[in-house]
Design a protein around this ligand. Structure first.
Ligand SMILES: [Zn+2]
Length: 381
């Protein structure tokens, strides 16, 4: 079984992983400021574990043995994982570079999500036999609060049980595991595949969930719920949220509440739209500057949202904000308005960088999460 890498070994591996054409030991020493002996020990471990291989010699004019380039060994170790969606599990197998090898959508309903996952080792042995033995990490990407140590998911939609445990997998499958919240996973995948190097960053997702990196570390907090922006209270007498509080962001920006706010400013037939469709319609009316009255009211709602985000960023001194543009209130003209407003009001002023997150096709989030077991979550290089 592969063991977890130490932070130092992860740092060395990151350099080799990102340097697609190879890197010498000397260059690693120079870049990491680690001692020669430490780098040498880390490289030996990476080679013996099958992560890295020695490639061509680096041409040199000086005397002595020429150094060999270290490159990612990409022929043996496979990584895999699933992300849990409402009607299916998205299952992937990839290689150590993070490239997708196989994917499959497995239909499930609420009643069998947990049992399907717990039976996965057997399923893989039967259907992916030749690859099964080479899989060294399996990650589960899920909505809800995640306790990674106990592989526990709380507040999930797929079980009648309040808490679901995936720890039983470890008893029957001798590999590394990681369970990760879906918004944290989205941010991790951006950091890894987008090579983001921000020390402090906050991501707000399509449904106002959030993920938070402070001082280069993913912050999870008690119960794994840190960064959950959707239950920040916007107004004290707002609609009652399922969480027990009033006027939470996700509830305030829910269709029912928005209908009560906008009903006198939009055509009556639009009131028949449901859920997300209603929010998308509002966002599009704002794009086309539908009417003055409507735009003033719409900007008032964005102001509330911007103020709440700014409070959060200022409190934690976070200077990088990423907004998922699948959220209609973070899209197009709304994105421009809200970014401008935040830059004006934040104590960080122009230091505040607001970025749109556009989901890039081809990024397989469970593979990014599996890779963090080897590379770490904190990309420093
Ligand atoms: Zn709430």
């Amino acid at each position: 079984m592969l063991t977890n890498l130490t932070e130092t070994e992860q740092k060395v591996f990151q350099l080799i992983w990102y340097k697609k054409y190879g890197i010498s030991r000397t260059e690693i020493v120079n870049k990491t400021k680690l001692s020669k002996a430490t780098v040498s020990r880390a490289v030996d471990k990476l080679i013996s574990n099958g992560f890295v291989v020695e490639g061509d010699a680096v041409p040199t004019t000086s005397k002595g043995r020429p150094q060999k380039l270290l490159v990612l060994r990409n022929d043996e170790i496979l990584i895999s994982g699933i992300s849990i969606h409402s009607r299916f599990l998205h299952f992937v197998i990839g290689d150590l570079s993070g490239r997708l090898r196989y994917s499959e959508n497995i239909p499930v309903d609420k009643s069998n999500v947990v049992s399907t996952i717990m039976d996965f080792p057997k399923y893989l042995e039967k259907n992916y036999n030749s690859l099964y033995r080479n899989i060294k990490v399996f990650s589960i990407v899920t909505p809800g609060q995640v306790d990674q140590v106990n592989m526990k998911v709380t507040g999930n939609f797929f079980s009648v049980e309040k808490d679901v445990y995936f720890s039983g997998l470890e008893d029957c499958w001798n590999i590394l595991f990681k369970v990760e919240n879906d918004v944290n996973a989205l941010l991790s995948s951006q950091i890894m595949f987008g090579h983001l190097k921000y020390k402090n960053i906050f991501l707000i997702d399509s449904e106002f969930g959030g993920a938070l990196v402070i001082d280069g570390k993913m912050v999870r907090g008690l119960n794994g719920g840190a960064g959950e922006f959707g239950h920040t209270q916007l107004i004290h007498d707002g609609p009652l949220c399922w969480c027990g509080k009033k006027g939470c962001v996700s509830n305030y920006f829910g269709a029912d509440n928005l209908k009560s706010i906008f009903h006198s400013t939009i055509p009556a037939s639009y009131m028949a739209l449901f859920g997300r469709d209603f929010s998308v319609m509002l966002s599009e009316l704002y794009n086309e500057k539908f009417s003055k009255e409507f735009c003033i009211l719409y900007e008032k709602q964005l102001d509330l949202l911007a103020d709440a985000i700014v409070d959060f960023l200022d409190l934690l001194c976070i200077d990088n904000l990423m907004l998922n543009t699948e959220n209609p209130f973070f899209k197009d003209r709304s994105f421009e308005y809200i970014s401008e407003k935040m830059r004006k009001t934040s104590g960080l002023k122009d230091k505040l960088k607001v970025m749109p997150l556009k989901i890039r096709k081809g990024i397989e989030i469970p593979l990014a999460i599996s890779l963090t077991k080897f590379l770490g979550e904190n990309i420093e290089i």
